[in-house]
Design a protein around this ligand. Structure first.
Ligand code: PCA
Length: 215
């Protein structure tokens, strides 16, 4: 099977984004699955175009988007993406979204199609702090998860999609409040590897039939 894993560029005042730092260092193969890595800009709208290109051209079996959730202490697979963009920070294209829909007239929300509980268990069994999250926020990570699941639904693709938030890297907490949580990079990489293993182990191979060939 083929898994597309995305990370984001740095945004706000940060010069690194732990999502891309970790995603870019993942091996090219995990548990027999091919891992393809893609860097996404922190832009509400361009993400949709880029994801659609990747879905159409690469035909992955699963897509796991990854982003930074500064302040969280654990690696958190997200349950749900909502049709709302609302943040005090503009995106990298300068869009300041105040209670806008991700897609006009789109469904209120989409649930992750990834095995999120299995991903949390796999992380915990590897000694990595993982937990479920029931809100991906209302900034670009939430809209990215929404676009991904909306594209998969609209294009009727046999693809499992979802999103994982990761904490700050240790060095990003310098200058922040003393209680700011973080994880070392190797720990985030191991956590994402455990998530991918859980995805691979729940693959049914059903895409083979739909596309008429084996990925
Ligand atoms: N985190 C932001 C957007 C990009 C990222 O890495 C978020 O949580 O929305």
């Amino acid at each position: 099977m083929k898994i597309l894993v995305t990370g984001f560029t740095p945004f706000g005042n940060d010069t690194v984004n732990p999502s891309w730092e970790a995603v870019s260092r993942l091996p090219d193969e995990i548990d027999g699955a091919t891992v393809q890595k893609v860097l996404l800009p922190v832009e509400y709208r361009r993400v949709r175009t880029l994801l659609e290109e990747r879905l159409r051209n690469d035909m992955p079996d699963a897509v796991m988007c990854v982003g930074q959730a500064g302040g969280r202490a654990m690696i958190t697979p997200e349950k749900v993406a909502i049709n709302c963009m609302d943040a005090s920070l503009p995106d990298q294209a300068g869009l300041l979204a105040s209670d806008l829909p991700v897609r006009e007239d789109g469904p209120t929300a989409y649930f992750s199609a990834l095995p999120i509980k299995g991903m949390v268990s796999a992380m915990q069994q590897s000694g990595i702090p993982g937990a479920l999250s029931y809100s991906a926020g209302t900034y670009v990570c939430n809209s990215t998860m929404y676009h991904l699941l909306d594209l998969i639904a609209q294009l009727q693709l046999p693809v499992r999609g979802g999103f994982v938030h990761v904490p700050f890297l240790c060095e990003q907490t310098v200058g922040r409040a003393p209680s700011t949580a973080s994880l070392p990079l190797p720990c985030i990489i191991e956590g994402l590897k455990a998530c991918i293993t859980a995805i691979v182990q729940t693959d049914t191979g059903s895409n083979t039939d739909v596309h008429g060939y084996t990925h």
